[in-house]
Design a protein around this ligand. Structure first.
Ligand code: GAR
Length: 204
C-alpha cells in the first residue's frame, strides 16, 4: 500500500530558504510530503515572496500587528489540517496546544542545547559559536515545546569549525547540513519511525 503523503504546515519569519529546500525535496521525490500552508509572522520578508512564487497557500499573520491571543488562535487555526508543523526560521513564540504536542518541529543552526534561545538566530548564532572558540557546530532538529529552540532532539548534523572561519562561512556550511537534516527528520516522521517518550526520542 502506498504511504499517505504527510501534510505539512511551514512557519516562517524570514528568507524562506528552508521552505524552498523542503519544496525542492518534495519535487525531487525524496520527501513524501505536501506543503498545505505557509504561515509567516512577517509581511515584508523574502520568504513570503518565495512561498507565493512556489504557488503555496500563504498566510501572513503579522505578530506585531495582532494582539497575542489573536496571533495564537489564528496560528492554531491555520495549521489545523497539518499532520506536522515545521518551523523554518520562525522567530515568534507559539504556545503549542496540548493536542498538537509531538507534531511541531524546528530546525536550529547550532548544536542544541548550546547557542539557542530568544535572540539566537541567523548570524548571532554563528558569531557566538566562534566567540566561544568551539571546534564544532552543526544543526539540530527537535520537537518544540513552549520555549525558544527547546524540546526533545530528533537529530543533529555536525560540521567542523575551521581556524579561519567567519560567521558567514560557518553559516553556509551549517546550512548545507540543514538542507539534509530537516527533510531527513520529516521523512522519519512520515514513516512513523520517531518515538517520543517524554523528553527522549528513539527510532524504530
Ligand atoms: C535557518 O538557518 C534556521 O536554522 C534558523 O533560521 C534560518 C532560517 O533561514 N532558525 C533559527 O535560528 C531558529 N532559532 P530561512 O528563513 O532562509 O529559511
Amino acid at each position: 500500500m502506498p504511504q499517505e503523503t504527510l501534510r505539512l504546515a511551514v512557519l516562517i519569519s524570514g528568507g524562506g530558504r528552508t521552505l524552498v529546500n523542503l519544496q525542492e525535496c518534495i519535487d525531487a521525490g525524496t520527501l513524501n510530503a505536501n506543503i498545505e500552508i505557509v504561515v509567516s509572522s512577517r509581511a515584508d520578508v523574502r520568504g513570503v515572496e518565495r512561498a507565493r512564487n512556489l504557488g503555496l497557500a500563504t498566510l501572513v499573520l503579522e505578530r506585531k500587528a495582532l494582539d497575542p491571543q489573536t496571533f495564537q488562535d489564528s496560528l492554531t487555526d491555520a495549521v489545523v489540517g497539518a499532520d506536522l508543523v515545521c518551523m523554518a526560521g520562525f522567530l515568534s513564540l507559539w504556545n503549542i496546544p496540548a493536542d498538537r504536542r509531538g507534531r511541531v518541529i524546528n530546525i536550529h543552526p547550532a548544536l542544541l542545547p548550546d547557542f539557542g534561545g530568544r535572540g539566537m538566530y541567523g548570524h548571532h548564532v554563528h558569531e557566538a559559536v566562534l566567540a566561544a572558540g568551539k571546534r564544532e557546530s552543526g544543526c539540530t532538529v527537535h520537537f518544540c515545546d513552549n520555549e525558544y529552540d527547546h524540546g526533545p532532539i530528533i537529530l543533529q548534523h555536525k560540521v567542523a569549525v575551521q581556524p579561519d572561519d567567519t560567521p558567514d562561512a560557518l553559516a553556509a556550511r551549517v546550512f548545507e547540513q540543514e538542507c539534509i537534516a530537516y527533510p531527513r527528520a520529516i521523512q522519519l516522521f512520515a514513516d512513523n519511525r520517531i518515538k517520543l517518550d517524554q523528553r527522549r526520542v528513539t527510532f524504530d
